[in-house]
Design a binder for this molecule. Structure first.
Ligand SMILES: Cc1cc2nc3c(=O)[nH]c(=O)nc-3n(C[C@H](O)[C@H](O)[C@H](O)COP(=O)(O)OP(=O)(O)OC[C@H]3O[C@@H](n4cnc5c(N)ncnc54)[C@H](O)[C@@H]3O)c2cc1C
Length: 387
């Protein structure tokens, strides 16, 4: 029997595996994809995620590879006139932006360097059996692995969650995200000299921000849709359909959207589901999006996943009894995930009235309670002196 088995080599699974290996534990990570491809664009790393990654030994790498933010100025939908100034909240300046592929590669390289982890690619989990001594993972290729502890880090459509709790799948939120990347030279004249802008209308929005050391601008449009849009990160979108949604917007926004026709344009549906009421059955434990997918308006999905990984790793180090560790992990993390999920939904609604944001009616992303969280020091109820 293996000691630790992680299902899913995304940000949650790799962060947890690195934490375990850093403490000298042998760990197996099974990933459905046959290879780790550099898919996905920018992730936002909250201050809490940065603290967590530094705890895992990646602080210097993050300082080198991640970029500081340029908080966005909201532009009027019709005229393009700036409606807000750049937010000066301290915690926003402490966030960083990083390519998901870079973060995943960094975690993988560090994990391999420990010599204690084994990554098995092309291993898609089919189901789990829980026993008194741990769990048995059964894979679609017919193989099985028995482990003393199993961690379900297999994302929003988690097979581990389905196998443990059978509580349905995520529901379409009625919103679709579109993404395209422009060269900075072509986008900058459409951004009035700001590093990041949000054009927010009653139904649709366009966020543009500078990335890749100032050489590119990432453009993300959110539109409403009654249609069920596919989930995933690589479906191509129709530029004419996107342009139709922005027909009434200001000239710079329309010009930016028009550029999407010349670039790869991706679209994906935004899905939501409640935070799982329980994150463990026996010695099988959920972590990351499998336990709590969030709509991306607060840009906190990766941050939550890293917080989970660090707290779970600390709980396992602090408690000799795995069941006590699992209880301590859930007690600390479930309220936090609910807080961020609710704030993410509230931020989605706040986007629709972005032009009215001010100090008296701040949007949820400026709430200090969201940002003042440290996964490295937060105490456990049963052990306030956790390592
Ligand atoms: C390909 C991809 C691209 C993304 N791009 C972005 C982006 O550009 N911007 C952004 O904000 N967020 C992006 N995300 C989401 C973001 O990474 C997550 O919301 C967040 O980091 C939480 O990570 P997670 O590890 O919990 O889940 P995920 O990042 O979804 O990782 C889950 C992993 O589990 C694997 N898996 C799923 N099912 C099985 C199974 N049955 N057996 C074995 N393995 C399985 C998946 O292949 C994946 O590698 C992306 C996710 C993926 C998978």
């Amino acid at each position: 029997m293996k000691d630790y088995l992680v299902i899913g080599a995304g940000i949650a699974g790799l962060s947890l595996a690195l934490g375990l290996a850093n403490r000298g534990r042998q760990v197996i990570v099974c990933e459905r994809s046959p290879s780790i491809e550099p898919v996905g664009a920018g992730l936002t790393l909250s201050a809490s995620a940065r603290a967590g990654l530094a705890h895992l030994g990646l602080g210097d790498d993050i300082d080198r590879l991640a970029e500081p933010p340029d908080p966005a100025v909201v532009l009027d939908w019709n005229t393009g006139k700036p409606l807000t100034t750049r937010a000066t909240a301290k915690h926003l300046w402490e966030t960083r932006r990083m390519s998901r592929a870079d973060l995943q590669s960094l975690l993988l390289a560090r994990l391999e360097a420990t010599g204690l982890a084994e990554l098995r690619l092309g291993k898609a989990l089919a189901g789990i059996e829980i026993g008194a001594e741990g769990a048995v993972a059964r894979f679609e290729d017919g193989s099985a692995i028995a482990a003393a502890m199993l961690f379900g880090a297999d994302g929003a459509r988690s097979s581990v969650r389905a196998s443990l709790f059978g509580d349905g799948s995520p529901a379409f939120s009625g919103r679709v995200a579109w993404r395209f990347v422009l060269d900075h030279g072509e986008a900058a004249p459409l951004m009035q000299g700001f590093g990041a802008t949000i054009t927010s209308g009653p139904d649709d929005s366009l966020t543009a921000y500078t990335m890749s050391q100032g050489t590119q601008v990432n453009c993300v449009a959110i539109t409403r849709s009654h249609e069920w849009a596919a989930e995933g990160w690589s479906e191509r979108g129709d530029p004419a359909e996107l342009a139709a949604n922005f027909a009434g917007s200001h000239a710079d926004a329309r010009a930016m959207i028009a550029q999407a026709a010349k670039r790869p344009l991706y679209r994906w549906g935004l899905f939501d589901r409640p935070v799982a009421p329980l994150w463990a059955k026996g010695r099988a434990v959920l972590i990351g999006d499998s336990a709590h997918p969030v709509v991306p308006f607060l840009a906190f999905g990766a941050g939550l996943a890293i917080e989970d990984a660090v707290v779970l790793d600390r709980a396992l180090a602090a408690h000799d009894d795995p069941d006590t560790a699992i209880r301590a992990y859930q007690a600390v993390r479930i309220p936090r995930a609910r807080q961020i999920q609710e704030a993410s939904r509230a931020q989605a609604l706040a986007f629709d009235r972005a032009g009215q944001w001010d100090e008296k009616a701040p949007p949820p992303f400026l709430d200090p309670a969201i940002h003042e969280y440290d996964p490295v020091t937060i105490p456990f109820a049963t052990d306030t002196h956790a390592r």
